[in-house]
Ligand binder design. Structure first.
Ligand code: P53
Length: 467
């Protein structure tokens, strides 16, 4: 299935429409390539919160879905904003206006034969659950998430067959990055706290919540397929030096054990050994282990943008992987303005690596190139984006045809220009459709087809033959 992807908080806007509650995305200001987004204590006056309005899909959804249909989309990946369904997260009953909005969106997709693909939690935890319960540092979050998932499965199982539980659950491997721990788990680290220990506990609760949701989905409607969602950023050794090879192996384990639990239903031995070595005693019960074993995922959903490179150093004899360990420039690759390497072959490598390990169908639910675009005479000549996507589709074809990997679909990021998750910018653009809005929030919001729109239309029409 060819299509495109977005996430609710990055494109819907309408942050207070239909009794929607405040989400963690609503308290993040705008940054840029060199400035981190700030997480404020609630919505404070005087700040620029780019997700509040985003590209206002909330009021443009008919026009936008029509454009997706014109490109020939067979599927469309979005998320359900948790705060439209449970504005605070801990209500007894869901918000009917929020549910009705997605009825309309999915019906509009179906009108054109577009299959909706849905992520349940895509950096959109209700802010109230952070304030009241501390986010995923609290076991109660399992129940809140499962309740949200159940409501969505029951309501939409006739419209939505493919689901994912937690978007890029493994981003928080870089637990020292404030943004990544907050968007995955809703955790702000207090002075004196051990961020790594908090991360492992939160991730455990998320993995258990995911495994319960998988079991419920299968009970509610066995035709539903539930996947995990992993950020596949392969970690290469800088050199053929054996210690660099070992560093890369340990780094891959540390970044992908989340998928091991999702797919195999148990913690890999290296993680149990690491907990023992570090003295971490995560709250893991027998019931948790039962659920993990009985709620394994149906497919591996993943994003792919870039690879990173690691090397062994004397001050890290145990090969512990942390954020900075993967910041070495690969001498064979070039980077985007935002420092993301461009590595098409890494997609095929990551797909092979995961297929060897999980033997599950794969769904490439994000892949794309963030770049500045310029509009000249009503046109956007984004050949750099076309080049990026063409090279990645060529590698996907090799993975399917030469390596035999089953692939459910390909939904590049993004169907349309939206707010960047990492920087909050509009001008880090990914879409096939240009939206007239800048980083200051100014613009007409007009939609304009880029060159890549026409190119991707022809790719879909030719089933990937005409690249
Ligand atoms: P932006 C880090 C590494 C890889 C993908 O990212 C990431 C991140 C977090 O920024 O995010 C995913 O907008 C994510 C999307 C996001 C997209 O990649 O920062 O699932 O929500 O928009 C692109 O350039």
């Amino acid at each position: 299935m060819w299509g495109g992807a977005v996430a609710a908080h990055q494109f819907e806007g309408g942050w207070q429409e239909g009794h929607k509650g405040i989400s963690i995305a609503d308290v993040m200001t705008s940054g840029d390539a060199h400035t981190e987004r700030t997480i404020t204590d609630g919505v404070q006056p005087g700040n620029n919160y780019p997700n509040h309005e985003a590209i206002d899909f909330y009021h443009h959804y008919k026009e936008d879905i029509k454009l997706f249909a014109e490109m020939g989309f067979k599927c469309f990946r979005t998320s359900i904003a948790w705060t439209r369904i449970f504005p605070n997260g801990d209500e007894a009953t869901p918000n009917e206006e929020g549910l009705a909005f997605y009825d309309d969106v999915f019906a509009e997709c179906k009108k054109y034969g577009i299959e909706p693909i849905v992520t349940l939690s895509h950096f959109e935890i209700p802010f109230h659950l952070i304030q009241e319960y501390g986010g995923f540092r609290n076991r109660k979050m399992i129940d809140f998430f499962v309740k949200f998932a159940d409501v969505c499965f029951n309501r939409y199982h006739d419209q939505v067959k493919y689901w994912m539980t937690f978007n890029e659950i493994n981003n928080q491997t870089n637990y020292n990055n404030e943004f990544l721990l907050y968007t995955n788990s809703g955790i702000k680290v207090e002075p004196g706290e051990d961020a790594e220990a908090l991360m492992f506990q939160a991730a455990h609760y998320e993995l258990v919540a995911s495994s319960i949701a998988v079991q419920h989905a299968h009970q509610i409607d066995p035709s539903m397929q539930v996947g995990c969602m992993i950020a596949m950023v392969p970690l290469y050794p800088l050199d053929s030096k054996p210690s660099d090879i070992m560093m890369a192996e340990k780094a891959m384990q540390k970044r992908y054990w989340f998928a091991d639990v999702h797919a195999h239903g148990e913690y890999p031995v290296f993680m149990e050994a690491y907990f023992a070595k570090k003295g971490f005693r995560p709250d893991i019960t027998d019931a948790d282990r039962y659920n993990l074993a009985h709620g394994t995922v149906d497919y591996i959903g993943f994003s792919y943008y870039m690879s990173k490179t690691v090397r062994a150093t004397d001050d890290n004899p145990d090969y512990d992987y942390e954020d900075h360990t993967g910041d070495i420039q690969n001498p064979f690759l070039e980077n985007s303005e935002w420092g993301w390497s461009v590595d098409p072959e890494g997609l095929r490598y990551g797909m092979n690596w995961m297929y060897d390990r999980y033997h599950l169908p794969q769904f490439i639910v994000e892949n794309g190139f963030g770049a500045r675009d310029t509009v000249v005479d009503g046109k956007v000549h984004d050949d750099y984006r076309i080049d990026y996507l063409r090279q990645h589709i060529e590698q996907m074809k090799k993975a399917i045809l030469d390596d035999g990997i089953p692939v459910i679909g390909y939904t590049p990021w993004a169907a349309i220009d939206i707010v960047s998750a990492g920087t909050g910018q509009m001008e880090k653009r990914y879409g096939f459709i240009h939206v007239d809005k800048d980083d200051q929030g100014k613009g007409t919001m007009n939609r304009l087809k880029k060159d890549s729109f026409y190119w991707y239309k022809q790719v879909i029409a030719s089933q990937g033959e005409d690249l």
